[in-house]
Design a protein around this ligand. Structure first.
Ligand code: GRF
Length: 205
């Protein structure tokens, strides 16, 4: 059984999509062992508990980035999410992780971003896409590397940008695809079908 740790900061809808996929059996051979939030008030912690998953608040205030990374690694380890055998998912996690932590979980940590990377990395990706005037946007699930929103791409799903879209309407169209893309990427990982080859992720069919 693969142990998954999910790091969150907010709403937790991607977390919920992944939990539901496991419960429905579309992801087999893995369980979410712990959900950790830097924000104790995050809705995502309630989502975790409502699915019977251990939810931990780990505030980062007053801690240097390296020290916070060490605390996160310890909390993941306590719940069996080990470097080299576990899987870490960033799902709306708003802290930047130290290089040491990223390297510890290299090839075993994913993030979801609400744009078609490498376009529009960083904050407010949907707003960036709208103001740039692109006609297509979407979401990207990628492996995490020390640079933000830059790792090898696992799954992308595109959506049209419609006339009259605002940040809210575009974000919800993208979010519906996030809820399909993230469980898909996790399933491929759990099934052992992903191989990182430089910048590329090869997906065995
Ligand atoms: C999503 O749009 C995700 O792409 C971004 O943060 C948001 C998290 O939403 N990284 P939720 O907490 O999963 O509902």
């Amino acid at each position: 059984m693969l142990n998954i740790g999910v790091l969150v900061s907010g709403r937790g809808s991607n977390l919920e999509a992944i939990l539901t996929s496991i419960e429905r059996g579309s992801i087999r051979g893995a369980r979410v062992s712990v959900v950790i939030s830097n924000d104790p008030a995050a809705r995502a912690l309630r989502v975790a508990r409502s699915h019977g998953v251990k939810a931990v608040a780990l505030p980062s205030e007053g801690l240097a980035r390296e020290d916070y990374g060490a605390k996160l690694a310890a909390a993941l380890g306590e719940h069996g999410v080990m470097p080299g055998s576990g899987l870490v998912l960033l799902a709306g996690f708003m802290k930047i992780l130290p290089k040491s932590f990223v390297e510890m979980y290299e090839g075993r940590m994913m993030n979801i971003h609400p744009a078609l990377l490498p376009s529009f990395p960083g904050l407010e990706a949907q707003r960036q896409a709208l103001s740039h005037g692109v006609k297509v946007s979407g979401c990207t699930v990628h492996f995490v590397v020390p640079e933000v929103d830059a790792g090898p791409i696992i799954v992308q799903r595109a959506v049209p940008v419609e006339e009259g879209d605002d940040e809210g309407s575009l974000s919800s169209r993208i979010l519906r695809q996030e809820h399909r893309a993230y469980p898909e990427a996790v399933r491929l990982f759990v099934e052992g079908r992903l191989r990182i080859n430089g910048r590329r992720v090869e997906v065995r069919r």
